[in-house]
Design a protein around this ligand. Structure first.
Ligand SMILES: [Zn+2]
Length: 276
């Protein structure tokens, strides 16, 4: 992540007071209005800012049942890898096909109602909506019940990052887009990046998101915090809420030698989720 901005000074972003609902003011199918809030768009710079492509744009098939929307926003952002090939096709068309193939797999093989994750980022840095209703819910500060982290779907928003990062590293384009996406979500939901950003393995026994990407999460938290620091003046105007320490996930053992199968990144639905 050497191309990223310098980390914030020690402690600068810890216990950051953050804001709930800010993004709602922006509207549009952008990164929740990140452009309006001053977040840079290093990858997708342009008149449309940093776009999140919606389901219609990537050609989603109809869902079986409309996703359940919860009033309370998520407490954590879960970083996944797709356990697919580390493609060198960075085009938007490839990214759209990735979203379609994940949805196909989740609906056919897993028999889920729709694609499981909320957001998908390709190795080219293309950010896409996942489960139906995700973008409208984020804009309202609500939460679509997904299928990506077993027993924790009611309070976590899941980002699928294209690739397998057990030994390889993500592309700079993907990492930049992940920083922007996490910053957007932190603003939308009033989350502190140093506490809110976790890996799938923090909740479930899985190798996801791979040792390499998982090892980058501290830097990701720092980079997102630095991005948010640019907004400090605006954020300070809008109230504050921290995540309770009790909401911090536990850390189960990570299995070694887990098989890598496309779209099988570990437990996506658990018993607790089914009781919702
Ligand atoms: Zn995962």
């Amino acid at each position: 992540m050497s191309t990223h901005e310098q980390p914030a000074a020690p402690g600068q972003c810890s216990r950051r007071s953050v804001v709930r609902g800010t993004v709602a003011v922006a509207g549009g199918v952008l990164l929740g209005g990140a452009v309006d809030l001053g977040l840079a768009a290093p990858v997708h710079a342009g008149p449309a800012g940093f776009p999140v492509y919606n389901r219609k744009e990537w050609g989603a098939r109809p869902y079986r049942r409309r996703a359940q929307v919860l009033d309370n926003g998520p407490t954590h952002i879960v970083v996944h890898h797709t356990a697919t090939a580390n493609s060198t096709n960075y085009s938007k068309e490839h990214a759209f096909e990735l979203s379609r193939s994940i949805q196909r797999y989740h609906m056919r093989a897993n028999r889920w109602d729709d694609t499981g994750q909320h957001l998908t980022i390709s190795r080219g840095g293309v950010v896409m909506e996942g489960r139906n209703g995700t973008l409208p819910a984020i804009r309202r500060g609500g939460h679509v019940l997904g299928a990506h982290t077993a027993n924790h779907n009611s309070h976590t928003i899941g980002i699928e990052n294209e690739g397998t990062y057990t030994s390889a590293l993500p592309t700079t384009e993907l990492l930049n887009a992940l920083v922007e996406t996490c910053a957007w979500l932190c603003v939308a939901y009033g989350l502190n990046p140093s506490l809110a950003i976790v890996g799938h393995r923090d909740y479930n026994a899985t190798a996801c998101p791979g040792d390499q990407l998982y090892a980058m999460l501290p830097q990701l938290r720092t980079d997102v915090g630095a991005r948010l620091a640019r907004l400090e003046t605006r954020l300070a105007q809008l109230g504050a809420e921290d995540i309770a320490e009790e909401q911090w996930p536990s850390y189960p053992d990570v299995p070694t030698g887990e098989r890598s199968v496309p779209f099988e990144h570990g437990p996506g639905i658990g018993h607790d989720d089914l009781t919702l």
